[in-house]
Design a protein. Structure first.
Length: 226
């Protein structure tokens, strides 16, 4: 993505003051535009379908339809395939955040994140690149995968049988937070080849993005929490 592209953003939060602050920060920053606001999950789903923003900032705890269910509805809608979801939360180790990541969110942000980091995070996710705060996101995924072994762990063999040994190596490195360039260096392959492996993994495993690949790696026990 070129740096002059305008990133469209939707904000979903039931706190009017925070919603207004996010709208002002994002909308007044060159290279960004706010195309919709929502006060609950149902409105967020409607906004995603109507406006199809590049990124939706989704509060995790909202009345009625919460952020998890809204994320699930958006990510399962083919018409919203290009919408990336970033979860907003107060607590990093939040079971609802874990559920939202499993539902297809691309990562999460703590609500006390510095403004400049928020803007950088939105642009990174809009570009389809790495996870937001990968060390924190991986810690969350690893912790819940350890405490509550999901059914996916039982079916690990059938899931991983779809990929080659080299693809397993790449998946494990993605789960540990390496970028495409770092994966290429670790495996002594070109950057283009590393990118191709990532694309193959996304297709074979039916994953939306790298966040989903991390989930799969931990839940199938390809990578185990430290």
């Amino acid at each position: 993505m070129t740096t002059d592209r305008v990133v469209s953003v939707a904000v979903a939060d039931d706190q009017p003051l925070l919603c207004a602050a996010l709208r002002a920060l994002i909308g007044n920053t060159p290279g960004f535009t706010v195309v919709a606001e929502a006060a609950d999950g149902a409105q967020a789903v409607a906004a995603a379908r109507d406006q199809r923003p590049d990124v939706m900032l989704m509060d995790i705890r909202m009345p009625g339809t919460d952020g998890v269910e809204a994320t699930r509805q958006i990510t399962s809608d083919p018409g919203c395939a290009g919408v990336k979801i970033l979860i907003l939360t107060t607590f990093d180790l939040d079971e609802l955040v874990y559920a939202a990541l499993r539902a297809g969110a691309s990562g999460f942000l703590l609500k006390d994140i510095p403004p400049e980091d928020l803007l950088a995070a939105i642009r990174v996710v809009a570009a389809g690149d790495a996870l937001i705060a990968p060390s924190v996101t991986r810690r969350l995924i690893a912790e819940f995968a350890r405490l509550r072994p999901p059914p996916a762990a039982i079916a690990a063999a059938s899931v991983l049988e779809q990929i080659t040994e080299r693809e397993r190596e790449v998946l494990a490195l993605v789960a540990r937070g390496l970028s495409n360039s770092e994966i290429a260096q670790a495996l002594t392959i070109s950057h283009a080849t590393a990118k191709t492996y990532i694309s193959r993994l996304l297709t074979k495993l039916g994953a939306r993005d790298r966040a989903q690949l991390v989930m799969i790696a931990y839940e199938t026990r390809l990578v185990t929490p430290a």
